[in-house]
Write a protein that binds this ligand. Structure first.
Ligand SMILES: *Cc1c(COP(=O)(O)O)cnc(C)c1O
Length: 371
């Protein structure tokens, strides 16, 4: 069976056309069953006892996250989302609060940075928003910020950032690098052992909503001072355990860890290669649709495609009508997603490995009505 057939066979039959994995992928039967089974176990033996029984399952998930990020399983904690992970990290940063990031940084991330009192400066990019690594190396060397934050793949544009080269530059300069892998995890190679990396379950790994992860290297962990409990109380506890403190949906974590196992069984390199192929197929097909322009280069190795209307079409209305009239699920991305890069809203088409040529034809035909 092809990867596409295996992926499709593992999950409930789709209703309509789902080309929205950058928002939330479709979970598999095994992932859904794992969450259900855990809820049953909670009812049978009690929520806290069931959580203890699930500890090994959760450790297995941490081990996969470690493998996919280049850090160690002991460096990984579960969070409720990517944004939550960034907030936990930045609110604990004990150093100077300056940071460099891409001008196309995710709007909600910029809000978390601002809420934590970070002064943010932009890294140099080319015309499409791709990091200019040489110019960045010079700028960072001339005036190093306390942290570099790199969103490896954005929500509003399917450009694969050169995170490997950028991480090397930061390492040479001794500036800790934090990677937002919300879109890159399970999609691009993220095994770079950065100082910190965070992501989510529901996007390309196809786990449940409401769970994410944060991985922090031991060196960076030493420079954190979690806000809760107040550090001056002097309560001794490992820093990462303080960041993970709190009530959580254990069933979702269990299901995420099953999705991680499934992902590894499908083959990370195989999935990455197919997602690159899917992105090129999508862009080639949508580039033929009158009235729309594809933003990314056709062969960009990601499965995120964004298109902007050339006539008067309103992407928000188009997104709603595609769902209501064609059962086609896409994302409308307005400028708040990347307030310092997007100048107009776009429509995002982000299929997973199982998309068919016939489905892409359906999307293209439906879009052609909006010139
Ligand atoms: C989705 C996304 C986030 C936020 O993830 P949540 O799990 O919704 O908090 C952060 N960064 C990027 C690039 C994203 O696409």
């Amino acid at each position: 069976m092809s990867l596409a057939d295996e992926w499709r066979a593992a999950r409930p039959k789709v209703s309509g056309v789902h080309v929205d994995s950058a928002a939330c992928s479709r979970q598999s039967h095994a992932v859904i069953d794992a969450a259900t089974r855990h809820a049953h176990h909670e009812a049978e033996v009690g929520g806290y006892v069931a959580a203890e029984a699930a500890a090994e399952r959760l450790d297995a998930g941490r081990a996969v996250i470690a493998e996919l990020t280049g850090l160690a399983a002991a460096d990984v904690i579960y969070t409720t989302s990517a944004s939550d992970a960034l907030d936990r990290l930045l609110s604990s940063w004990a150093g100077e609060r300056t940071l460099a990031c891409l001008p196309g940084e995710f709007g909600p991330n910029l809000a978390v940075m601002a809420a934590n009192g970070f002064e943010v400066r932009p890294l140099p990019v080319d015309g499409i928003g791709r990091l200019d690594v040489d110019a960045a190396a010079r700028a960072l060397a001339a005036d190093p910020p306390a942290l570099v934050h790199l969103t490896a793949l954005a929500s509003h544009r399917g450009i694969a950032q050169p995170i490997g080269a950028a991480t090397d530059v930061c390492r040479d300069l001794g500036v800790p690098v934090v990677i937002d892998a919300a879109q890159a995890f399970g999609h691009l190679d993220c095994a770079l052992a950065p100082d910190a990396v965070y992501g989510t379950s529901r996007k390309w790994i196809a786990g449940p909503r409401g769970v994410g992860f944060l991985a922090v290297s031991p060196a960076l962990t030493q420079r954190l001072r979690p806000r809760i409990p107040p550090p001056e109380w002097g309560l001794e506890a490992p820093v990462l355990s303080l960041l993970e403190l709190g009530e959580t949906n254990v069933a979702a974590r269990v299901a995420f860890s099953v999705a991680l196992d499934e992902y590894v069984a499908f083959g990370p390199a195989r999935i990455r290669a197919r997602l690159a192929e899917v992105g090129a197929l999508t862009r080639r097909r949508l580039a033929e649709v009158p009235g729309w322009r594809v933003i990314e280069p056709i062969d960009e190795p990601t499965a995120i495609t964004t298109i902007e209307p050339l006539g008067g079409a309103d992407p928000q209305r188009v997104r709603a009508e595609l769902i209501a009239e064609h059962g086609i699920v896409t994302t409308f991305a307005d400028v708040r997603r990347a307030p310092f890069e997007l100048t107009a809203p776009v429509l995002r088409i982000s299929p997973h490995v199982d998309v068919t040529a016939a489905e892409l034809d359906q999307v293209a035909d439906a879009l052609a009505r909006y010139r």
